[in-house]
Write a protein that binds this ligand. Structure first.
Ligand code: DX5
Ligand code: ZN
Length: 220
């Protein structure tokens, strides 16, 4: 099943619980939580306290995207009963295999993210061990950026590798996804779609979620 993961980065944090409840009611599937440290990316956002504040406020699982240097230092703090994925950047991990095993040992699904300029080859020896690969389709750091078109080729190739090697990890695409491109991204093999500004940046969030969910399923 394809899933939509609205990113709270573009939400109104003064009423986060209500905002998340609203998109869940409209049919969203996961809460995408963007954690930025001001070092790996040029922006600072939120930490585990905000993730924990959402426990019990929604029944959607949490999709935690760590854009932080040396994430091993903080991974344990992001584990809650609702955390489905913890994603680390390949570029930020010195011992990627160890980090993946550590996330799994905590009972959470491990995922690896790649920046737009990072080759799929860095995944060669970890693809068996991850539950999801996140392809960044913008340079991480900010919401509301334009989708980088070269992501499409990377997505096709990753989907081919998955089929050829008979693996079952999910593919998530993050950045610049909206009504104009979600169907095409879906057709290319994406399973989980992050959308920040295309959901929380809209006046009518429920309508935005409905439209995106319809479009992402339209190619099946
Ligand atoms: C960017 C974040 C994204 C971002 C997506 O660094 O990882 O999750 O919030 O926002 P939009 O959908 O607005 O590009
Ligand atoms: Zn993200």
């Amino acid at each position: 099943m394809k899933r939509l993961a609205p990113s709270i980065l573009s939400a109104d944090f003064s009423k986060l619980g209500e905002e998340v409840a609203e998109v869940e009611k409209a049919g969203a599937h996961l809460v995408h939580i963007d954690v930025m440290d001001g070092a790996f990316v040029p922006n600072i956002t939120i930490g585990p306290l905000v993730e924990k504040s959402l426990v019990g406020r929604t029944s959607m699982p949490f999709d935690v995207h760590l854009m932080i240097e040396d994430p091993d230092r903080y991974i344990d703090e992001f584990v809650t009963e609702q955390t489905e994925y913890i994603t680390v950047h390949a570029e930020a991990c010195r011992h990627l295999n160890r980090t993946i095993q550590h996330i799994r040992s905590l009972g959470v699904k491990p995922a690896v993210a790649l920046n737009p300029a990072t080759s799929l080859t860095v995944l060669d020896y970890v693809l068996d061990d991850v539950d999801m690969v996140l392809l960044m389709s913008v340079n991480p750091g900010f919401g509301g950026q334009k989708f980088i078109p070269q992501t499409m080729e990377k997505l096709y190739v990753l989907d081919d590798i998955r089929r050829a090697e008979e693996l079952d990890f999910e593919i998530e695409v993050d950045g610049g996804i909206g009504a104009g491109n979600i169907a095409e991204v879906s057709k290319a093999g994406c399973d989980i779609f992050v959308a920040g500004s295309a959901v929380f940046g809209k006046e009518d969030r429920a309508a935005a979620v409905l439209e995106l969910v319809n479009l992402m399923n339209s190619e099946e």
